[in-house]
Design a protein around this ligand. Structure first.
Ligand SMILES: [Zn+2]
Length: 72
């Protein structure tokens, strides 16, 4: 049996490989506040609807978080 290591395409929650990449508004939690980051590239599990940002998505979230934090 061959185990294919491709964690980027497998859902962390349910192990499904039915992941679809698209852009969506990602709810980012910063302590008690929630920031909705628009048009983030994410992989969504079609089975349990877990959102996992792609590398580009994570970078965008990080940038938004920095901007958001600098406002306070
Ligand atoms: Zn899943």
């Amino acid at each position: 049996m061959k185990i294919i290591k491709n964690t980027g395409k497998i859902c962390e929650k349910c192990g499904s490989q039915n992941m679809k990449t698209h852009q969506t508004t990602y709810p980012l939690k910063l302590g008690p506040k929630q920031l909705n980051v628009e048009r983030v590239s994410v992989k969504e599990c079609m089975d349990c609807h877990t959102l996992k940002p792609t590398k580009a998505g994570e970078e965008k979230i990080a940038r938004c978080a920095m901007t958001f934090m600098s406002l306070f």
